[in-house]
Design a protein around this ligand. Structure first.
Ligand code: SF4
Ligand code: MG
Length: 392
């Protein structure tokens, strides 16, 4: 296997009235081609911001302030060119160095995203089929651009930008019979019954589960390398949830696409993922294989979330509640210590010195951002149970 995505030192901040919110801090993530990588954590832990950062969907007052998002695609790297500032050793391109229009052109074609709420992905005034056909056309036009022309001059970038803009304008009819055919095929692929008739229906005529399938079809229209799925089944009832997960699983196996799956549902993680990153307060605190994180976890936060899950079969198992709250992540309140310390049952004096390090270079292995990764609990000096009550 090879890496398809390498996120290095990513920080995404929001500059709000109350101050700077460090939604994602110094995040490292390596995703291999063809795997399903899960990010799990409580709400407010930075999971969605991570997904949106990768998808280039961060809007003001949010901003990616640091880091690299390296995407491997040899053809694309060649198009961008070796001496472009975004070029990273041969096949990788750092997406954060690309001109906005070029980066946007990857959306739908190299990266697609599905959300919890499929209604947000559809225009209520166009039929589902028309919108799928539109997505197919976006892919057609994007792949029709000459690979040999290095898209580096400003005018080239600009023309690519307006090309993309023109494709998002709604059209009232199918662009071509071909794209209509493909739209129907896509509906069939995601298990919509009577796809020919269903293509001519409007989004409101679909049930929630059907619209979720249609959104997956829309995301697949551009044959993306990477599908980012943010809580894709959270809004669905258990039976439909299971069907949609089966569908994603089948599609992943059929197409070999890579999936980044964001969820707070442990059953979804256990069922779908090859590897898992556990996120807390804007950081990944533990990552590894499913076995590493579920059965051999070291971080007390992972322990709290996953430790008491008796079996992984239930598709609707929720995270365990942990006393206390995810910190606000406001810059002036971020203390120079382990960010979980005030909720951690194993907090020690050492944990207050500085945030624990996380070795990002030992790839593929089980990694933990906690002093316990290096030594045992009974070697440290425990904090008194009321320590944080007194200092707050
Ligand atoms: Fe708990 Fe200390 Fe580990 Fe933080 S570093 S999770 S406070 S044991
Ligand atoms: Mg979210």
């Amino acid at each position: 296997t090879e890496d398809i995505l390498q996120v290095r030192g990513l920080s995404t901040r929001f500059f709000t009235q109350e101050g700077q919110v460090n939604a994602v801090s110094d995040l490292d993530l390596t995703i291999e081609r063809g795997e399903v990588f899960g990010i799990v954590g409580e709400s407010g832990s930075g999971k969605s911001v991570t997904a949106r950062s990768i998808m280039d969907l961060i809007e003001p007052p949010g901003e990616i302030t640091e880091g690299e998002i390296r995407y491997r695609n040899a053809d694309f790297a060649e198009t961008v060119g070796d001496d472009h500032p975004g070029a990273v050793d041969g096949e990788f391109v750092n997406l954060l160095e690309l001109p906005p229009a070029i980066r946007q052109s990857l959306r739908g074609t190299s990266f697609s995203m599905i959300f919890q709420d499929p209604e947000s992905s559809f225009n209520p005034t166009l039929t589902v089929g028309e919108q799928l056909a539109e997505a197919v056309e976006v892919q057609r036009r994007a792949s029709a651009r000459p690979r040999s022309t290095r898209a580096r001059t400003e005018s080239e970038e600009y023309s690519l930008g307006s090309l993309m803009l023109s494709t998002v304008l709604p059209s009232k009819k199918y662009v071509s019979d071909e794209s209509r055919e493909r739209a129907i095929e896509l509906l069939e692929l995601v298990g919509i019954p009577d796809p020919v008739e269903r293509a001519d229906e409007y989004p409101h005529e679909y049930s929630g589960g059907m619209l979720q399938r249609a959104m997956i079809a829309q995301a697949l229209a551009g044959e993306p390398d990477i599908l980012v799925a943010d809580e894709p089944t959270t809004a669905l009832d258990v039976t439909i949830q299971a069907q949609v997960l089966d569908l994603l699983d089948d599609l992943q196996k059929e197409t070999g696409m890579t999936i980044l799956l964001i969820t707070h549902n442990l059953g979804v993680i256990a069922r779908m993922c090859d590897r898992v990153g556990v996120m807390y307060a804007g950081e990944i605190v533990e990552r590894g294989s499913l076995t590493d994180t579920f059965d051999e976890h070291v971080h007390p936060y992972t322990e709290g979330l996953l430790g008491s899950v008796p079996d992984l079969e239930g598709a609707n198992r929720r995270l365990q509640p942990i006393p206390g709250n995810v910190p606000t992540l406001l810059d002036h309140e971020m203390e120079d210590r382990c960010h979980f310390a005030d909720r951690c049952p194993k907090a020690m004096e050492d944990c207050l010195d500085h945030p624990p390090e996380f070795d990002a270079d030992e790839r593929g292995d089980h990694e933990v951002r906690c002093v316990l990764a290096e030594r045992d609990y009974d070697e440290g000096r425990a904090l008194p149970p009321d320590y944080f009550d007194e200092t707050e």
